[in-house]
Design a protein. Sequence first.
Length: 278
Amino acid sequence: MKSIAQFLNADARHYQLSFLAIFFGTGLIYLGWGLEISKLLLIFFSCLLTQFLGAKISGQSLQSLKSAGISAFSLCLMFRSDMLWVIVLVSILSIASKFIIRINKKHVFNPTNFGICATILLTNEAWISPGQWGSKGVWWFVIGILGFIVLTKAKRLDTALAFLLSFTGLMAYRILVFQHWPVDFLGHLFTSGSLLLFTFFMITDPASTPSHRIARIIWAVGIGALAFYLQAYLWINGAPIWALFLLSPLTPLLDFLFRAERWTWTSTNLSHQVSSTN
């Protein structure tokens, strides 16, 4: 048991891989998603191969394959397409964005977020799957608690709370005060498993969020406000994901204005580069 704890504590990605695997297994077995295994395997193969080639070309450690695994799980949980070539494309774009779209040796976008949004824009043959989890309130507890553990290791709980409070606060005002709808509408909106996965596992990516705490909070509140506008007034599916995609380019500016030490995944600094997540 002690060796397992040491293994998990050695790299925060071990926690993320473990919990994402639990979510994924729960969806397949308990919720009965009925996904095609061939497509899921294709996502993992494409992500890992792209990461392997990118690491070899750039001289990164193969420890970065863990990050590709996180990206693969995230795509399996949030991305859908009927076309095999689109599945390959989203996997390549997700991982390749880490190596290509960089400023000051730090990638600008969360890889999974970029891959999903870019693929939807380029192909019109893909979509975000927000409702596959159902709306049972238990997901608030399960994903929230597990996400809290991950974020405690990754030190990005401030980002999750800033986003969640701004987004839910604005939506609550619109639904309860402005529209005078029953509170059940608000509860249904925020028992979405995908929203919680986004909050605790995508927007909190320590490798692509602003390094300084104040900058992260400003950034996350901005994403929450934009997501509210996109969802409440434009009725855009997966509004938080699109808000993150649109505001991620602000991260280099915030890092310049608010200087702070950059995040590294491993507790022992075995890897000399800053790896990525999701």
